[in-house]
Design a binder for this molecule. Structure first.
Ligand SMILES: N[C@@H](CCC(=O)N[C@@H](CS)C(=O)NCC(=O)O)C(=O)O
Length: 220
């Protein structure tokens, strides 16, 4: 087995698992949960001293960052049917625009604030004002996604399901876990994406019972 993915149980780990399942690639899962004893596995620490999941090995390549893993897979296995625009094209520029928007405006500065300060207050401290602001900010920012979907397209970049949909849908599911109500168009989009067979499969791979039990009030 040349492909090995470390980490389960979070909205970041679900992304590479989902992409691998969509592409139909064989891989080995190391079912590490965040903040678990397994994170001190000497092999994991040697590979990923930053101690963050997901972490992916593909032959000699070793990378972290969920989106970087998804993009690597989309580009390397582009004949396997998950859309990602060709590098160097105008469509690829829009793909990057959307990806950085989702990862910075929806994930890192908003949903992760809620996770740290509502879900993990013992570690990161309570911050109710910051959490209220994060919820309001999410709703304002996600309006950009609603505008992009307003022409009736089934997926974020058009007709085809693609790598960008994995990033967006993982954040919309995370928002729901964080008690943010989605507008009707976003809920309809999320419903379409969740109806994919790979979605049911990845939920069982990424969120087995012990992972769900470790989540408490929300996911990260
Ligand atoms: N930007 C990174 C975030 C990685 C990250 O923060 N992972 C969390 C779980 S979602 C983790 O490893 N937490 C364990 C810790 O911080 O000790 C990505 O998208 O992969």
């Amino acid at each position: 087995m040349t492909r090995r993915l470390w980490g389960i149980g979070t909205s970041r780990t679900i992304r590479p698992h989902w992409m691998l399942l969509e592409l139909g690639l064989d891989y080995e899962t190391v079912p590490l949960l965040p903040r678990s004893e397994g994170m001190n596995d000497p092999e994991f620490l040697r590979l990923d001293p930053r101690k963050k999941i997901p972490f992916f090995e593909d032959g000699d390549l070793r990378i972290g960052e969920s989106a970087a893993i998804v993009f690597h897979l989309a580009d390397t296995y582009r004949d396997h049917g998950v859309f990602a625009p060709e590098p160097g094209t105008p469509e690829r520029a829009v793909f990057h625009e959307l990806a950085f928007f989702i990862l910075t405006e929806l994930d890192a500065t908003t949903l992760y604030v809620l996770r740290r300060h509502e879900g993990l207050p013992d570690e990161y401290g309570e911050a109710p004002v910051a959490c209220d602001a994060a919820r309001a900010y999410f709703l304002r920012q996600v309006g950009e996604i609603e505008r992009r979907l307003a022409d009736g397209r089934p997926h974020l970049m058009g007709d085809d399901f693609g790598a960008i949909d994995i990033l967006l849908a993982s954040c919309l599911a995370w928002a729901r876990f964080s008690k943010i109500d989605l507008s009707e168009p976003l809920a309809a989009y999320q419903g379409r994406i969740s109806a994919r067979p790979s979605f049911a499969k990845v939920m069982t791979v990424n969120f087995p019972p012990d992972a769900l039990a470790s989540l408490g009030a929300g996911v990260n």
